[in-house]
Design a protein. Structure first.
Length: 397
């Protein structure tokens, strides 16, 4: 079983990096080239990602139930095939309508191929041991942009973005789909499934499921809004508080590596801390980072400390969004409840960059800091509420 878990984690790490790198991160470095060729604005190009996230949130509840019923592997395989087809169609777009329709298709296909079924597969296979494997998967997936962006820039210069999309389509079909189909165990072979001795049991009684779901929606939406919205504005924020452009760019670029480092610490020490303890700690740390930068505005030392503290909090919260539902609901119904939370969470992710842009442009970066701090504090309160609900509705041992 341990060998199967390691193999599945390695396979999903590879396919997640390819899947995210060839879809979500694609516009990040070639948006202007695509916009010029298609005849739209760069902002419209990024709108495709918003479409993808919204569609994903809408279909996730139904998909989560299907994953629990039939296992994740068949959906991952189908998702990779459809993602490849969709990226291939992206190479053929000729205008805004066809471009938007392709991202609509990518929203459906990537939901089958990326986060929800991947972490559900780990939960079904590893059961009560899934948390550590999930952290490993997040560690590697967190490097997707670092891997994909240099390759995308090189390939775009070598063959143009359309032929590059054809190549990415082939990789999804010929690499990701076979890996999902051949290397992941079927549902009946999974030790973490319902009825298995290694399944992770829920820590709350069914009476506590609804209030926990509502609290998780609030916590994950607020914390995710901050993480996804701030990521595109971090350099401007650092420059506004007194850093030179070069230092702001250096520290902003280091944020991803610091988040990965925080997840590595979580992997090494996670067995000693409960998921809810880690979640509350992470949300409080994120909140304190905004208090710090607000109190030390104009200080390079304060801005540097902000990046370090914020990166720890946001890095740990990324783990929380996949590990906490497993701890609360157990592995047998993990996909269903992760799917229930996804609509609110994904819409929050989708609108965050736009809202941050509007707030900072109209009211200044300081207003963005205040907004982020308030949302982080609300996330911390929601995490604490989850802890209280778990305590009140704790399942019998």
């Amino acid at each position: 079983m341990a060998q199967e878990i390691r193999r599945a984690t390695a396979v999903l790490a590879v396919t997640q990096v390819i899947g995210w790198g060839s879809t979500f991160y694609l516009p990040g470095v070639i948006s202007r080239t695509m916009a010029t060729d298609i005849g739209v604005s760069p902002e419209f190009i990024f709108g495709g990602v918003t479409i993808m996230l919204v569609v994903s949130g809408l279909i996730s509840p139904a998909l989560g139930r299907l994953l629990d019923r039939h296992g994740a592997a068949p959906f991952l395989t189908l998702g990779s095939l459809l993602t490849g087809v969709s990226i291939g169609l992206l190479a053929l777009v000729a205008g805004p309508v066809s471009y938007a329709l392709v991202w609509l298709a990518l929203g459906f296909s990537t939901t089958l191929a990326l986060t929800l079924p991947s972490f559900t597969a780990i939960a079904q296979l590893a059961g009560h041991n899934a948390r550590q494997s999930m952290i490993v998967l997040m560690l590697i997936t967190g490097l997707a942009s670092s891997v994909a962006w240099p390759i995308t820039v090189w390939l775009e210069a070598l063959m143009g973005w359309r032929w590059m999309c054809v190549l990415y389509a082939a990789v999804n079909v010929l690499v990701c789909a076979p890996l999902h189909g051949w290397a992941l165990p079927r549902r009946r072979a999974m030790g973490g499934g319902a009825g298995s001795g290694t399944a992770a049991p829920p820590v709350v009684r069914p009476s506590g499921f609804r209030p926990v779901v509502l609290a998780m929606m609030a916590a994950f939406a607020c914390s995710g809004f901050v993480s996804w919205g701030l990521s595109l504005h971090i350099v401007e924020l650092l420059r506004d508080v007194g850093m030179s452009p070069s230092l702001a760019l250096t520290l902003g670029s280091a944020m991803g590596a610091l988040q990965v480092f925080a997840r590595l610490i979580e992997f090494l020490l996670g067995r000693r801390v409960s998921p809810i303890g880690s979640a509350v700690f992470a949300a409080v740390v994120m909140t304190l980072s905004f208090v710090l930068i607000g109190a030390t505005k104009g200080s390079v030392a304060g801005a540097t400390a902000f990046i370090l503290i914020y990166s720890v909090g946001s890095g740990l919260l990324g783990v929380t969004r996949v590990a906490l539902p497993l701890w609360v609901f157990g592995s047998a119904i993990y996909g269903s409840y992760l799917g229930k939370i996804a609509p609110v969470q994904n819409v929050s992710f989708a609108v965050a960059p736009l809202v941050f842009s509007i707030v900072t442009e109209r009211f200044g970066v300081s207003a963005g800091i205040v907004m982020a701090g308030v949302l982080a504090a609300l996330a911390a309160v929601a995490m604490a509420v989850i802890g209280l609900i778990v305590r009140r509705h704790r399942a019998d041992a």
